[in-house]
Design a protein around this ligand. Sequence first.
Ligand code: NAG
Ligand code: NAG
Ligand code: NAG
Length: 350
Amino acid sequence: MGLVVWVAIFVLNILFLCCYVDDCFGVTTDDDLETYEPYQMRLARVQVALLRLWDFLGLPHGRRKQFCEYILDVIGFLIDPNALTATLPPESKSELIQQVRMFANSRRRTLHEWQQLAGWMNWSLNVFPLYRPALCNVYAKMRGKSNQSALIFVNKAVRDDLLWFADHVENSSGVFFFANIDWNPLVEADLEIYGDACLTGLGFWVPADNLGLSALVDQGSEMAHLIFYWEAITVLAAIHHITRSPNPRRGTAERPFRLTIRSDSSNTVNIFNSLHAQPTYNPILTAAVEPDTRWSGQSMQAGGATAMAEDGAPPHIIQATGRWASDAFQFYIRKNPVVLNAMLAAQRRD
Ligand SMILES: *[C@@H]1O[C@H](CO)[C@@H](O)[C@H](O)[C@H]1NC(C)=O
Ligand SMILES: *[C@@H]1O[C@H](CO)[C@@H](O)[C@H](O)[C@H]1NC(C)=O
Ligand SMILES: *[C@@H]1O[C@H](CO)[C@@H](O)[C@H](O)[C@H]1NC(C)=O
């Protein structure tokens, strides 16, 4: 099939042709139609060209599998290229939720059943991309196993994740807007936050609000020596700061509020980007996509940068922002001479 698709794209010039297993689909303008004689159907011109290629190669196809519509069913999702949305139809959604809950409430399942469920949930992430962390413990539990009929326990971590997934999918509209992921975080953000951490403290800075928040790392924590953990917590704290504020900035479903958080930790960027982390870090991700229910431990210690400096906090705490900060931080201080004075005072006291 790959070779046939290659011929269609590079020889027949069908530019927007996509293929999933043996499903082919694409887009075209609605005035570009042609009749495919054998089926007596008005179809997209590129679709007719593809059918003729199949005829030429002797590949079988059926009339009832040809569609040319404004909204197309592609591997179970309704794709609307005009609205730029993908939708999970309500009946598929409820069936998925029901199966996930049944699995969560069972004690043991065969590896084969685990794989089926994971595959089904993974497929649904096409429209619920934020709920990917729900699969972390599921995959961890399946790793290294190969006997399809061997039973695997549904442990508490997996059960919690599955029920979390089911609850969230249930509340979600099932409509995914492609525009929500297609934006440039460097130039199209509504708000930017700079965050950084070291093994003694963490902090972030919201330039638009003239606000900086910092906290000390709890040295008694079993994570105290893991810098990656605190870098990720910093990003989570910044997200919570925005989403849990008494007057959260809101967008609309079509155009949600866009937040860029800058971090100099590439591991952190990777886990938030892929929403995939080791089980130890996974709660940070679930807490990030659903700020209210699961996370109750960490909280940032409030205090504007100005207030902190006036209090005589030593500069290294304000500059938990360290490596990214030198330029931005100095710019901030130049614009806010009060902070500069307070910091000089603090430094002298040090
Ligand atoms: C999950 O689905 C994506 C495509 O939607 C695929 O690329 C990925 O390999 C799948 N992951 C697993 C572990 O099956
Ligand atoms: C796979 O697991 C089943 C059920 O536990 C068991 O009966 C069978 O012997 C196992 N097969 C192999 C090859 O280990
Ligand atoms: C789902 O929506 C209901 C009703 O609005 C709400 O009470 C519940 O907390 C929501 N669940 C989640 C997981 O967001």
